[in-house]
Design a protein around this ligand. Sequence first.
Ligand SMILES: Nc1ncnc2c1ncn2[C@@H]1O[C@H](COP(=O)(O)OP(=O)(O)OP(=O)(O)O)[C@@H](O)[C@H]1O
Ligand SMILES: [Mg+2]
Length: 374
Amino acid sequence: MPDRGFDVEFKCIRKRYGSIEALRGVSISIRRGELLTLLGPSGCGKTTLLRTLAGFVRPTEGEVWLAGERVDEVPPARRNVGLVFQNYSLFPHMTVFDNCAFGLQMRHLDRSTIQKRVEEVLNLVHLAEFSGAYPSQLSGGMQQRVALARVIAIQPRALLLDEPFGAIDRRLRDEMQVEVRKLQQKLGITTLFVTHDQQEALIMSDRIVVMNEGRVEQEGTPLDIYDSPRSRFVAGFLGMENLLPVTVVRRTADQAIVHVTEGPDLVVPLRAAPQGDHVTLAFRAESVSLVRREESAGAEAGEASNVLSVPGTLEFLMNLGARVVYEVRLPDGKLVRGEAQRTDRTRAFGVGEPMTVTLKGDYCVLLPESGAGT
Ligand SMILES: Nc1ncnc2c1ncn2[C@@H]1O[C@H](COP(=O)(O)OP(=O)(O)OP(=O)(O)O)[C@@H](O)[C@H]1O
Ligand SMILES: [Mg+2]
């Protein structure tokens, strides 16, 4: 059995439920101590894949390896993985201490080892003083920390977290994300994390696998995925709201000159750019900037450059506390979404007014045209 430092390997996993293909050949490896996140929309197969590792779902095809052992035939209880999901699933009639001790008693550890181990894990999740409390006396966030302590106590070979913060309110969730990530790094536990929240995936992960319809769309570090999506699906899912059809006028070794709208062309760096002349220009709303036409130096005709500055008309404007979001129509009818800090400058914006839209080519990515793949 090859050991390349991978703790978990999914090899060509397929799972069919009657006519539904939940997984269509997924291969993923997780290194020892790594936190790998499955990110994707509802129904893309994240939970199904995680459950093939926990042992609750049997793959139709493929192999699951854990710590150098093929585990497809190993019953869930003997895999020694720790599973936490959205619903805390604590035993309501047991104290925090007893909830954490339960798995250790099932493993027939002696009383003093159990005492010591439970104290340790409750310290780790900052709940030592609640060891005598019942779950109903704790907040949702605290219950989820108990659920985590309980699985860490068994010293699992891998930690499986399926939307663990899904039921926790936003503010507390932000704290828990950082706390759980720190704990995972401190303990060096190989972790498979599942979420449909891109922000959460970016915060938590060493590596992200973006899934779509039972397949892997793209795999990489959080910054890879964020900066260099390779499909319209990944770009859209990670918040690149602008996906404009454009034409490639010319390519050099590391740049493409693209025709976006009437006026000068835009120079865009070539990463893993698609073939062909008809491509999609993808960029985030926050990469767009907008000024009133009368305040701009005026869009100049001329050479292609890495900054596009073109006239547009403001069509929609929404103030969201500290931010404003807007839509502006380019001369050829394309609609661009932008976002900015709300300032005195943006306060003077009015719908229907002539504006100048600016976009930096360095913040743009070229992707296949719509219809070509996803
Ligand atoms: N036991 C089952 N029987 C039949 N179909 C199932 C079963 N479990 C999952 N599916 C189907 O498999 C597909 C993938 O489901 P899965 O729960 O893995 O998605 P998910 O990515 O975890 O979604 P969510 O974000 O909503 O949790 C879906 O179409 C789902 O309806
Ligand atoms: Mg799920």
